[in-house]
Design a protein. Structure first.
Length: 330
C-alpha cells in the first residue's frame, strides 16, 4: 500500500476544543498537538489563512510531533483573493491611515507590501519543507473566483513563486470543471505539477462536482466538507453551521477504495476532513483510517471510542453556539 495520509483541517478550532475530544490535561497548543499526533500523521494548518505566524511557530510545530508527521499549510487569505482584516497584517507592513478593523483585498494594498507579505509567508512555509515536514501548500479560492484566463495566469504564477513547495489548488465554483474549461485547467496544473484538490461537498448549482483528477506526480488531495445542503443553501449560514455534518460509513467507503487504488499510482494520498464542527472531523478521520486498514494507536482515554457509532449522514445536532469563523491559535 502507498503513502495514505488521513487528518483534519485544523487541530485547535474552538468548536473542537469545546467538544471534549481532548483530555483535560491537554490545555495548551503543545499538549494538544502532541495528543492529536498520537492518532494522526498529518494535519492541515488553518490559522495561516488568517495571519502569518512567526518563524519560531513553524519550528515549534515540528518539535511537538514525531519525524514523518506532515503539516499541510493553508495559504494566507489575501493570496487567494479573500478579504482579511488589516489587523491580520504584520504591523510594520500595514497601510497607514486605516483602522485595524478595516477589511482589505490584495489589490487594495501597495505592490511592495504584497511582495513583502509573500516573501515573509513563503520563507516560513519553506522552513517545514526544508525539514521534510511539509505535505502540501493549499490555495483555496472562494466561489466567486470563476474560470478565466486571468485566474489561470495567477495559478501558474503561484506554481512558480511557491517552488519547491508542493502546491494544491482548490476551486469552489463549478465553472472550472465545465467542458472545455476543465481541460485547460487540468493541463495547467499538470504543467506546474500542482495537485487538483478534489472535494466532497453539497451538490448545488455552483459547487464543484465530485471529480477526482490526478495532476501532480507527488500526490493528490481529497478534502471532505460534509453534505449539509440546507446550511450551504442558507445565505447567512455561519461557517460552523455549514460544516456541521457527520459522514456515515456508507458515504466514506467508496472514497477509501478509490484512495487505496490511487496510492499505487501517486506519491501520497491525503484525505483531509474539513467538517470541523465539534469532533465530527476527528471521528470521521479515525473512521477513515480504519476503513483503509490503518490501525491507529488510540491515545490514552480514547480506548473505548467506537469508530462505527456515528449518526448516519446528517448534521450532528449538538448546537452551534461554540462555532466560530476564526480558529483559536494553533
Amino acid at each position: 500500500m502507498g503513502d495514505l495520509r488521513v487528518g483534519t483541517c485544523s487541530w485547535s478550532d474552538r468548536s473542537l476544543l469545546a467538544s471534549g475530544w481532548y483530555p483535560k490535561n491537554a490545555k495548551d497548543p503543545n499538549s494538544r498537538l502532541r495528543f492529536y499526533s498520537n492518532s494522526f500523521d498529518t494535519v492541515e494548518v488553518d490559522s495561516t489563512f488568517y495571519a502569518i505566524p512567526g518563524e519560531d511557530v513553524f519550528y515549534q510545530w515540528a518539535s511537538r510531533t514525531a519525524p514523518g508527521f506532515l503539516f499541510n499549510v493553508k495559504a494566507f487569505g489575501l493570496f487567494t483573493f479573500h478579504s482579511l482584516y488589516l489587523s491580520s497584517l504584520p504591523e510594520k507592513l500595514a497601510p497607514s491611515g486605516l483602522s485595524r478593523g478595516s477589511r482589505l483585498r490584495i489589490w487594495e494594498i501597495p505592490k511592495s507590501v504584497r511582495v513583502a507579505l509573500w516573501n515573509m509567508f513563503i520563507s516560513r512555509v519553506l522552513i517545514l519543507n526544508s525539514m521534510k515536514r511539509l505535505g502540501y501548500l493549499l490555495f483555496q479560492f472562494p466561489p466567486w473566483v470563476v474560470y478565466s484566463e486571468r485566474n489561470l495566469n495567477w495559478f501558474k504564477r503561484i506554481g512558480k513563486l511557491a517552488a519547491p513547495a508542493r502546491v494544491a489548488i482548490e476551486v469552489r465554483h463549478s465553472s472550472w470543471l465545465e467542458e472545455g474549461n476543465r481541460e485547460r485547467f487540468m493541463d495547467l496544473l499538470r504543467d506546474q505539477n500542482m495537485a487538483f484538490t478534489a472535494v466532497d461537498e453539497p451538490r448545488l448549482e455552483w459547487t464543484v462536482p465530485p471529480e477526482w483528477h490526478i495532476t501532480a506526480t507527488w500526490g493528490t488531495v481529497m478534502r471532505f466538507h460534509g453534505r449539509n445542503t440546507a446550511a450551504w443553501n442558507k445565505r447567512e449560514a455561519k461557517v460552523a453551521e455549514r460544516f456541521n455534518y457527520l459522514y456515515d460509513i456508507s458515504e466514506l467507503g467508496p472514497f477509501s477504495e478509490r484512495a487505496k487504488a490511487l496510492a499505487k499510482e501517486v506519491g501520497k494520498v491525503f484525505l483531509m476532513f474539513n467538517n470541523c464542527f465539534r469532533d465530527n472531523a476527528v471521528r470521521n478521520a479515525l473512521q477513515m483510517r480504519a476503513l483503509l486498514g490503518i490501525d491507529p494507536d488510540l491515545p490514552r482515554g480514547q480506548e473505548t471510542l467506537d469508530l462505527w457509532d456515528l449518526t448516519p449522514g446528517k448534521p450532528s445536532g449538538k448546537g452551534s453556539e461554540n462555532g466560530t469563523t476564526t480558529p483559536a491559535p494553533e
